[in-house]
Design a protein around this ligand. Structure first.
Ligand SMILES: NC(=O)c1ccc[n+]([C@@H]2O[C@H](COP(=O)([O-])OP(=O)(O)OC[C@H]3O[C@@H](n4cnc5c(N)ncnc54)[C@H](O)[C@@H]3O)[C@@H](O)[C@H]2O)c1
Ligand SMILES: O=CCCC(=O)O
Length: 653
């Protein structure tokens, strides 16, 4: 981690502002400051657990009154959005916020800077601070930064320099509207840039306690949120959508920093994620039940659609935004509230989205975020009776675990799991189009997409032409840091992912595969030498005994297999436990229908690989999952059906 440097321009001075300023403080200098900050942190260590009746209504009023914002913040430990009345934007609190009593913060200065705010300011706007005077003693700035805990909970200088709106950068979870930057046991985890291996943030490692608090917060606000007219919920979602669009450059920068995808792809994901939010805002007002034709005269029969309740959402790192919006937007649209656990590899995108949701005036508790100990959090979400639905995207192994746990509380579950997508290129295909599609699909996000083309079956008659076209397109790609212009292939997410791809390539070559392009870790200059890069790779003459036939590679590998007949191609394509997406290229209409029906997959791309859309159902069969996201089918996953039979009490003639 690059330690945060504290700058030199004088603009904030923290002074002792009266007897009550620093409770019980007796030492001075950095040690005194550290003691006092620690006291504040420990005295408020549980402040983010929402107490009954705390904050929401009071804050709604106070938010609209800028003069009392700071007081509200202090009283409730509440994260305020744009109306916080502090003299300088640079002093807007940006990290976690703690409940302090008003008396503990009466600092005599034009900047009313409580201890936690000093910490936030040092973290996010270091150049605005040149001197810290605490209890009448001037403290060295580096010591002050350290005393404020910035070496423990922080984002790196690299993040600060690439992201313009530092308000998006929380190193904290969100529970009941409060940013919680210290885990109950004070443990942390690190987030790394996969392009360099450098630590870019340190986050609180939350567990069961925080998850229970988040579930309670989601449950507390559920009655108010589901009672809001759908049009109002839609308005909040639209505002969220607009703010996401407005901040897309910053979100893309965060995404590239933590998951490595090239900026253009990050922007593509943001467009897709924002489109989901907009779509579900539209769908919110179109939820409607049915009036059935009763078989008897003396009663009426109705079907109501109601929100399922509190939703747990667990998301992966490869699409740090769109896997969240596909769950959170329909849940909120339906009137549900959410506890989200983003991937620990990519939590910064998630908290940035939550910050924007707050700015869109999503009520506190409607969206909560916990992160850290995945197994402990997952266990709480699965075993809680309050959580009525769990939406999960990730590996089949974890999906199986969650599905079996969810059975005990008989909750609804949707699972978007692994894939091992085939592409079939028939002899009548447009080979150039197919080659472009194969490279785009297989190498998207460096091959780390659940619907990436993973196994390419090519008819013998067009094999050589297709292999040459795929190799030539692959050779044009540029590997590097996703934030650099022109880079099309970023790093893999972790060293383990790199190892898996390396293993698949060496296994294929050892079994007779022909290396047509790539095949190794590229030579890149510092600091990228520490990154998880693998060259996009094409292997010809692949066979079914290879690992790349049986397993999802999740890396930039295109294995080409030969086939002779339609039956053989479909059999090969279906020979997998997975059933997420499949693609094929043909110009024969009869073959198109037959093959689309015969492929055992949830999504089919015919002469097209860009199949994802907010209006179309996304999901798989077999070991690729259950349920659907996106589209009207995705909204239905968050609605319970209730049948109401009304006896009229008389029999009309
Ligand atoms: N079908 C889809 O829509 C889709 C989309 C994206 C990714 N994926 C799949 O996801 C996989 C890659 O993602 P990944 O490596 O992050 O998967 P993963 O299963 O390891 O992690 C996914 C999420 O589950 C969490 N998790 C891990 N162990 C857990 C546990 N015991 N209890 C609860 N949560 C737990 C992780 O922290 C993360 O948030 C690939 O197989 C890919 O195909 C599928
Ligand atoms: O990895 C899964 C998501 C892919 C997509 O949104 O197209």
């Amino acid at each position: 981690m690059h330690p945060l440097r504290v700058g030199t321009a004088l603009s904030a001075v923290l002074t002792r502002g009266g007897a009550a300023c620093c409770r019980g403080a007796s030492t001075s200098g950095a040690a005194g400051l550290r003691n006092d900050i620690n006291k504040e942190l420990s005295s408020s260590a549980t402040a983010y657990h929402p107490a009954d009746g705390e904050c929401p209504s009071a804050l709604t009023t106070r938010r609209s009154d800028p003069t009392s914002s700071l007081l509200a913040l202090v009283e409730c430990g509440k994260r305020l959005s744009t109306q916080l009345d502090v003299p300088s934007a640079s002093h807007r609190p940006l990290a976690g916020h703690r409940g302090l009593s008003p008396s503990s913060v009466s600092c005599r200065n034009e900047r009313r800077l409580p201890l936690w705010s000093l910490r936030a300011t040092l973290l996010m706007s270091p150049s605005s601070v040149t001197m810290v005077r605490h209890l009448g003693t001037t403290t060295n700035l580096d010591e002050a930064a350290q005393a404020a805990g910035l070496n423990k909970v922080a984002v790196s200088a690299e993040v600060l320099s690439r992201v313009k709106d530092h308000g998006l950068l929380h190193t904290a979870g969100l529970i009941g509207g409060k940013w919680a930057d210290v885990a109950s046991d004070k443990s942390t985890f690190e987030v790394r840039n996969p392009a360099t291996g450098a630590v870019i943030a340190t986050m609180p490692r939350m567990r069961a306690d925080e998850t229970r608090a988040a579930i309670a917060a989601a449950h507390a606000v559920l009655p108010q949120w589901r009672a809001r007219p759908a049009r109002e919920r839609a308005a909040v979602l639209r505002k969220w959508h607009d703010l996401i669009q407005e901040h897309k450059a910053d979100i893309a920068a965060i995404m590239t920093l933590e998951c490595g995808k090239p900026t253009a792809e990050a922007l593509g994901e943001i467009a897709s994620g924002a489109a989901s939010v907009d779509w579900f805002a539209g769908e919110a007002v179109r939820v409607c039940g049915d009036v059935l034709e009763p078989p008897m005269r003396d009663r009426r029969m109705l079907v109501l659609k109601q929100p399922v309740g509190v939703v747990g959402a667990i998301t992966p790192w490869n699409f740090p935004m769109s896997m969240i919006t596909r769950k959170v937007a329909p849940a909120l649209a339906a009137g549900c509230t959410v506890v989200l656990k983003p991937a620990e590899l990519t939590p910064l995108t998630a908290v940035a989205l939550a910050e924007l949701a707050e700015r869109a005036e999503l009520p506190d508790g409607c969206l909560n975020i916990v992160m850290g100990d995945a197994a402990a959090i997952g266990h709480e979400l699965v075993s809680s009776d309050t959580v009525r639905k769990l939406g999960f995207t990730g590996s089949t192994a974890v999906g199986r675990l969650l599905a079996s746990g969810a059975g005990n509380t008989v909750k609804r579950i949707s699972l978007e799991l692994g894939g091992n997508a085939p592409v079939i290129v028939f002899e009548d295909a447009d080979v150039e189009l197919a080659a472009k599609g194969i490279v785009a699909s297989a190498l998207r996000n460096a091959g780390q997409t659940c619907i990436c083309a993973n196994r390419v079956f090519v008819h013998d008659k067009v094999y050589d032409k297709l292999a040459a076209a795929v190799t030539s397109l692959t050779a044009k790609l540029k590997v590097g840091d996703g934030s650099e212009t022109g880079v099309t292939i970023g790093p893999l997410i972790t060293p383990a992912a790199l190892e898996k791809v390396t293993g698949h390539v060496s296994d294929a070559v050892s079994k007779g595969g022909k290396l047509l392009f790539g095949g190794s870790k590229p030579e890149l200059p510092q600091p990228l030498a520490g990154g998880n890069f693998f060259a996009p790779t094409v292997i010809g003459e692949a066979t079914i005994d290879m690992r790349c036939f049986k397993e999802e590679t999740f890396g930039p590998l295109i294995p080409l297999f030969r086939f002779q007949s339609d039956e053989e191609a479909v059999l090969l394509a279906n020979t997998t436990e997975y059933g997420l997406a499949a693609y094929f290229y043909t110009r024969d209409l009869a073959r198109a229908w037959r093959v689309a029906e015969e492929l055992e997959f949830g999504m089919i791309g015919l002469n097209e690989v860009a199949i994802t859309s907010e209006v179309a159902p996304f999901g798989g069969v077999k070991a690729s999952g259950l349920g659907r996201e996106q589209s009207k089918y995705g909204l239905a996953e968050f609605l319970d059906i209730k049948y109401v039979c009304m006896g009229l009490g008389y029999s009309p003639t």
